[in-house]
Design a protein around this ligand. Sequence first.
Ligand SMILES: Cc1cc2nc3c(=O)[nH]c(=O)nc-3n(C[C@H](O)[C@H](O)[C@H](O)COP(=O)(O)OP(=O)(O)OC[C@H]3O[C@@H](n4cnc5c(N)ncnc54)[C@H](O)[C@@H]3O)c2cc1C
Ligand code: FES
Length: 367
Amino acid sequence: MAASTTRRRARFHDLTISQVRTLTEDAIEVSFTVPEELADDYSYAPGQYIALRATLEGEDVRRSYSICQAPVTGQLKVGIKRDLGGLFSTWAIENLKPGMQLSVMMPEGAFVSQSSETGAHSVAIAAGSGITPVIALIESALSADPRNRFSLVYSNRTAMETMFVDELADLKDRYPTRLALYHVLTRETRSSELLSGRLDEQKINEILQQLISPTDVNEWFICGPFDLVQMVRDTLAEHGVAADDIRFELFTTGRPEGLGGQSGRPVVVEAGQDVHTITFRLDGTSAIVMTPVHSNESILNAALRVRPDVPFACAGGVCGTCRATVVSGTVNMVENYALEPDELERGYVLTCQSIPTSEFVEINYDS
Ligand SMILES: Cc1cc2nc3c(=O)[nH]c(=O)nc-3n(C[C@H](O)[C@H](O)[C@H](O)COP(=O)(O)OP(=O)(O)OC[C@H]3O[C@@H](n4cnc5c(N)ncnc54)[C@H](O)[C@@H]3O)c2cc1C
Ligand code: FES
């Protein structure tokens, strides 16, 4: 079930919502119809995400949501969980209705299988809304080959808050011997002590000793909060799992104070100030923008001043939508949770996380 992660320049198109389904008290599933002429643009690999865009409180708000079903032509589905106090998720849950149109970015992301083995055993460790890309990965892996197996460790606070619980049960009915489901509840006691309480390092170690032997696994997928992802990666490494066999997706870095908070931040360039001059190429045309040296402004934020169509989604260094190559000059990339080592070698940076460090910087979004 190896999938291509070749990156294409993602663009937004208005898509019509065909269905909004309640998943839990705080989560919905939103389905979009993809018209035939956009079918290629919206084709995706299981595990990828789209970004949704809306103007809220006068702001251009973009948020990423993983596609929660194995590829189906003409349709996209995402699961949105309310983030308490969150701008987009709260608005989406309260306002999205069938028939509405929403600006939707073409699918992106590298949280996809890289295994081409048949009879592979994949394991996912997911928490909360981290299940969304995993559902697509499970469905695809199990339908791709009758010998493939999948094990899921899925942590939630309570059974009531668990997203896609019925869909997972249906998959278990369809593939009783090839799908192993381990629901871990942190605020409810299950009959098994191993599956009750916080999914911490001790519990992961116990699960690896008692339920899933790392030597019997071809590929690992981890999706959840930053701390969980880091802890599971470290624990798997201690069990001898190669980093190349682990894919992970972060929904947030949990750092609102980072550079990401500044997309859309007004920065004024005044005469006589020391500035960095950024030249950037996007869709075949070049633009120039200045940014004051003292402002520590990201290249993305500066570029948006002259071209509102510069691509970005999370603005937090996790999705990779804003990547571009540095053609000349130097930049300091503060965070990177999205670019692969080979992309770094080829000169890619995340422009939402990069600040110029030379007087002139040339960036190419078209590369
Ligand atoms: C690749 C990717 C895939 C994703 N897939 C999914 C998915 O499938 N399903 C899903 O539900 N989510 C997913 N997410 C997360 C999603 O994109 C949003 O981040 C999430 O819905 C929260 O957005 P929001 O606008 O509601 O919250 P925001 O307004 O962005 O706020 C986020 C949190 O920060 C807090 N906050 C806001 N401002 C401040 C401040 N100034 N100081 C301190 N705290 C603050 C809020 O209370 C909230 O808890 C994904 C993210 C990525 C990057
Ligand atoms: S916009 Fe997501 S990494 Fe920059």
